[in-house]
Design a binder for this molecule. Sequence first.
Ligand code: FAD
Length: 493
Amino acid sequence: MTQRPIAIMWFRNDLRLADNPALRAAVKWASEHDGAVLPVFILDPVIDGQLGGATRWWLEKSVSALAQGIDGLAAKSPTKTPSLRLFHGDAHGVLETIIGSCNVKAVFWNRLYDKPSTERDTDIKSALSDRGLTCESFKANLLFEPWEVKTGNGTDFKVYSPFWRACQKFPPPRTPIAAPDTIALCDADLGDEVSLSALDLGPKPFDWAGGLAERFTPGEQGAKDQLFDFIDDRLVDYADLRDRPDRRVTSELSPHLRFGEISPYQVWHSANHYADAHPAQGKTASKFMSELGWREFAHHILFHAKDLRSVPLQGQFAHFPWSEDQDALERWQKGQTGFPIVDAGMRELWHTGYMHNRVRMIVGSVLVKHLLIHWRAGLAWFDDTLVDACPANNAFSWQWIGGCGADAAPYFRIFNPVLQGEKFDPAGDYVRQWVPELRDMPEQYIHKPWEASPLILKAAGVRLGTDYPEPVIGVKEGRERALSAYQDMKQAA
Ligand code: FAD
């Protein structure tokens, strides 16, 4: 058993070296106690339970990038053992085993906000503190803790705008912390360690993740590159063009934020510096920062809700007459609804693990309203296919789309997939990219091919019902059916 005192740095959804308060505390503790740091990642049932196919793929790459980053910092004090230790199993049990096998005196981590994580962390903290270990958690992944932001009555917020206004009354978010220059790593041999491949996160049964890898570079460096590209090239257009899937001006930082490869502090301060340096562009920077505010709000709601994944925040929706139409669900999942903007979005998702926010709203509305399929089915599909699928934003957004969430638009505001397509993909470029069957359709019909004459369809090489499906339901018919289901729910509630 090594005699140097050891501080465990328990990485979870904070897979970064810069702006990592728990890591900084572990390094500081080790230097003050002439000790060493033991960086640990544990694939425990809580983390595992929150992963889908696309997030598993991302996590494997991200853990690998983090391990390389730690190797780099350990270069000045090389060790024989891996720098990031990997484990599989119940986190409390794993930590106890490590503590039993070497001289651990302190454990540090950054906070999470979903119930399974908070319950696990509370139990671990209390057990380890009772045994006299230093055990500290840090605010790192949110700008404002969910319990810090309160209404005038001392309650939590249910509406976004007053929530974000209240956040802005706090002092500005602290400046980001630099990554440590070096880490004195613990080289103790530990039992039960596993290799990255043994975590079995990679795509199965074959490598289907080529499109994800083409679009994204998981890891801290990939996150920084993505942030700088966005600030330098696209933030200027964000306020005006952020709703346009054909223009791709948004940051696409969501998966990096999901895994904590970059912190909201780093993102917020980059946008703030941009606003200071370009006073005329303050509007676009503040629009972008307000989207970070939606992320904060989703976590606020997640923390305070009973069970955001399955219980509607507006109780009457427990009585909604959902449809069990499996065929319609599969057509939606496969991008075969016959609504071009929906099919483009669902195919982009399948191919890249990502979908533009406006298109997420359209596909969500069509599923939940036109097709009357439960928002939990959409949530489950997104959980499996999105690289940014996260317990807060995904569940929050699906409840919002379903009309049963916090600050959701009234249920009867139903997106029309044709008008939405025409407004936000005016020339049809986004549809043409993802639905190549419609590539040669004229602009006028690209979002409603069923209205084109046989001659126009023929010229575009489209046989409706053969090359591309007829709409799964009429736009108007679906809207009326949804409104009637809503009335049924109100009577039943
Ligand atoms: P940008 O516009 O560049 O925004 C910057 C960051 O702000 C994002 O990375 C994200 O962290 C946050 N953000 C932006 N919009 C929202 C929003 N509406 N709600 C919460 N946070 C937001 N986002 C996820 O991160 N994970 C999800 O699982 C997820 N599921 C969604 C499901 C549905 C049905 C809908 C309608 C939205 C969902 N969103 C989710 C929110 C939003 O679509 C994505 O955050 C956004 O598209 C990510 O792209 P971006 O990074 O370019 O965003």
